[in-house]
Write a protein that binds this ligand. Structure first.
Ligand code: ADP
Ligand code: ZN
Length: 763
């Protein structure tokens, strides 16, 4: 297995160590330790080692190993005085590498703060904290006013719209990045609609936020019951996993805070995982209020140096609570009392590249080994966790009611197929943006000066561009997906690889007009501006949140009630707690429902329940309007009734026959490459090889399905085929995958094999 041997430089008697390098290779490498460092070297320390023709930084996995027969090269430098990974963290990394069949060095890299296992420094120099910001100072509600003011200065008008889209303020740098020149931006100032200010932008908004004292809430009876139950678990030597299912607004956060308090009181620390830090500033803020300086927030918005500082503070025990996304499950908290996953059903807990670990699985294993409690919270738990709660593997704790006296908001479906709802559709909309019931509800909401949230899980202006005559659809040159028209950027853009081209004027072959259909957030925003000219609208999707803190700024304006309508993709569905939001509208609930993926119904139900849960969290009751062309779909009907249990039992039944999780364990093996025939050949050969392996080693119960083209069969210029492995028992499945990785994991040329165990999606 050892490739590093070139003899020569090593004394025979030298002690060796095994090193994992952050490269996509399944083996570790043996190096010799020079006499001076031999006694100091320990697992978990970083070393610089010769690798191939160059050098790399790796992490020691084991010391005192035998030299390989051909001798070993020498470690060039022992970097650390103390291990960066403690024995406990090394152990959980090894489990992760083993279970997910991932290279150990890549797991070490994922577990460490950025830069510690990188060859080059990746810290981008932060531009100074004082920035020039362009702020809107005049509101132009009507189209006439806009035309009168801007005349033919179209670019300036677009800049104004871009600024509105960003919630009324943006740094000049960001606007320039969107293609607006200084001259155009200066035009806005000259016309008196905007002004330039110098603002000290917080590098880390959490650091700058006043730590509002957490109001000392008296827990409700349900909360007390949940806290008592969890406290009792925490005192046990093996607390196991608990699932806290609490409807939206049931006060799960207070339960989390109390459990962390208990962990601290017993001398242990805590990790709180959230799906995405930038989307949940309120949650983070509440923990900072409750625990002040004990909290280290690990998030990708920090520079590498800041993250390393936060990590070091946890490592030294100066801070006891880590808050972060997925990778914070590896935070160096020791001893560990509790790991909490908020919104445990979120797909973002699974990493979509190697190592493809799921933070929930890693947390459960880590907690078991360290005697800590693993607490999963959600209003709409994943079916995996729900099943585990019912089989008794997890402890189920429920918060069935909202904290406020109000019930969950009433949800109404609007059938988009009904002709009376069609009148509102525009020529390019491919379905109405706003049916009359939704439009009237928004109107009422604005009249009462309350806020509303509108969800459409599709960005851009039109998601489908087609010749009206020959039916040709504009699709990406590199991916087998259609291109989305972005009006502001005047381009057709691929949402998978970023490829863009100018929009066609007419079909090259038929010279016939082009039809734009499939409505995206950009178009809804335009329609809203026309229908509600006086409303302050903010759009939040990938296009308006390109810079570090843009999410945060938009949400902050929402909190200060400078926004009446918050429109966005799924980004706006999570965890937000704005008491003045009384209306939630879903522009098209069917977007995710037709995806060829076994989780499509589950994702749709979760998204609808989550976004519906944003309504009526304050003193006023909430209302939810869901537009759909499939009003009889059970996922939608269950969302109307807030019937999680009903949804789960129907969906579990539907998954039984095809053997999808949680009934059976799944692994997806994807073969990709630039040549279609080589990809199909290799995937067929590997599937056969795997079948042969299973029968020759009698790894019974592992079933191989396929190969078949992936639902997206070309991505970034690479063809993709896959085959599936299913098994009732995770152990033989793991064995098959490890055999496959070690023997066939590195095919020649540009062909690649990716193994995705417990996949979140099969696209
Ligand atoms: P969830 O996460 O379950 O959706 P939150 O934890 O965000 O709910 O709580 C919803 C709202 O209820 C928050 O504004 C919170 O401050 C408030 N709240 C929670 N517990 C209590 C309580 N015991 N008394 C009063 N208000 C509470
Ligand atoms: Zn593409």
């Amino acid at each position: 297995m050892d490739k590093s041997s070139n003899g020569g430089r090593m004394a025979n008697s030298a002690l060796c160590c095994r090193v994992a390098v952050p490269r996509p290779v399944y083996q570790t490498f043996t190096y010799a330790l020079a006499e001076e460092i031999r006694d100091r070297a320990a697992p978990g320390m970083r070393v610089r080692v010769p690798f191939g023709r160059g050098e790399t930084i790796g992490c020691i996995d084991a010391v005192a190993v035998d030299p390989p027969p051909g001798g070993a090269r020498m470690v060039s430098e022992l970097i650390d005085k103390a291990p960066v990974l403690s024995p406990r963290l090394l152990e959980i990394c090894r489990w992760t590498a083993q279970y997910y069949v991932a290279p150990l060095g890549l797991v070490f890299r994922a577990a460490l703060p950025p830069g510690l296992l990188a060859d080059a420094s990746e810290d981008a120099a932060d531009a100074g904290p004082v920035r020039q910001v362009l702020r809107l100072v005049r509101h132009l509600p009507t189209l006439e006013e806009r035309e009168a003011l801007f005349g033919r200065a179209y670019r300036q008008r677009e800049a104004l719209e871009a600024l509105e889209e960003l919630g009324g303020a943006s740094t000049i740098v960001d606007l320039e990045a969107q293609g607006f020149s200084r001259a155009v931006l200066g035009g806005l100032v000259e016309r008196g609609v905007a002004m330039v200010t110098e603002e000290r932008l917080q590098r880390d908004p959490f650091a700058g936020m006043d730590a509002l004292p957490e109001p000392s809430l008296r827990p409700t009876r349900d909360q007390v019951r949940a806290i008592d139950l969890l406290d009792a678990l925490l005192e046990r030597p093996d607390p196991g996993v608990a699932l806290l299912r609490g409807v939206t607004g049931s006060g799960k956060t207070l339960v989390y805070i109390r459990i962390i308090e208990s962990a601290l009181a017993s001398g242990r620390g805590a990790i709180l995982l959230v799906p995405e830090i930038s989307l949940t500033p309120q949650t983070v803020q509440r923990f900072r209020s409750a625990f002040g300086d004990a909290v280290a927030v690990l998030h990708s918005g920090l520079s590498g140096g800041e993250r390393r500082d936060a990590w070091q503070a946890l490592r030294d025990g100066r801070k006891r609570i880590a808050i972060g996304a997925r990778s914070a499950v590896f935070a160096p908290v020791d001893p560990l009392g509790v790991v909490i996953l908020d919104e445990e059903h979120e797909g973002s807990y699974k990493q979509s590249e190697t190592p493809r670990y799921h933070a929930r699985a890693v947390a459960a294993v880590r907690c078991r080994r360290e005697g800590a409690l693993c607490l999963l919270g959600s209003a709409t738990p994943s079916l995996e966790s729900w099943e585990n709660a019912h089989s008794g593997r997890y402890t189920l704790v429920e918060l069935p009611q909202r904290v406020t006296s109000h019930p969950l908001p009433a949800v109404h479906l609007v059938d988009l197929r009904a002709p009376r709802d069609r009148e509102a559709s525009g020529p390019t909309s491919g379905g109405p943006a706003l049916s009359p019931p939704l439009r009237q509800a928004v109107e009422r909401c604005l009249e009462r000066s309350e806020q509303c949230i509108l969800l459409l899980n599709r960005r851009g202006f039109a998601t489908f561009v087609q010749c009206e005559h020959c039916g040709k659809v504009w699709s990406c040159k590199h991916c087998n997906v259609s291109l989305t028209f972005h009006r502001r950027r005047r381009a057709l853009i691929c949402h998978h690889c970023g490829f863009s081209e100018p929009p066609p004027v007419q079909c090259d072959e038929c010279e016939v007009r082009i039809a734009y259909s499939g409505i995206g957030t950009e178009q809804v925003e335009q329609r809203l501006g026309e229908v509600f000219p006086a409303a302050r609208i903010a759009r939040m999707d990938l296009d308006t949140t390109t810079t570090k803190w843009s999410h945060f700024r938009i949400l902050e304006r929402m909190r200060r009630r400078e926004v009446d309508i918050l429109l966005g993709t799924q980004m706006i569905a999570k965890g937000l707690d704005f008491p003045a939001v009384t209306l939630v509208g879903v522009i098209n609930a069917d977007v995710g429902l037709s995806l060829p993926d076994f989780r499509a119904s589950e994702r749709t139900f979760q998204l609808l329940s989550q976004v519906a849960g944003r309504a009526g969290r304050g003193t006023e009751p909430g209302e939810v309007i869901v537009q759909t062309a499939r009003p009889s779909h059970f996922a939608l009907l269950a969302a109307v009734d807030h019937d999680y249990a009903g949804f789960a039992s129907r969906e579990l039944e539907d998954r039984r026959e095809p053997g999808y999780p949680p009934h059976r364990r799944l692994a997806n093996v994807v073969v990709s490459g630039r040549s279609e025939t080589r990809v199909t050949d290799l995937s067929a050969e590997l599937a056969d090889w795997t079948r042969g392996l299973i029968s020759s080693r009698s790894l019974d119960g592992v079933e191989t399905l396929g190969p078949a083209p992936c639902p997206i069969d070309r991505l970034r210029g690479r063809w993709r085929w896959h085959f599936l492995l299913k098994s009732n028992d995770p152990r033989p499945l793991g064995s098959v995958l490890r055999f496959l990785a070690v023997h066939r994991g590195q095919p020649s040329g540009d062909l690649r094999i990716e193994i995705d165990r417990d996949p979140e999606s099969l696209l």
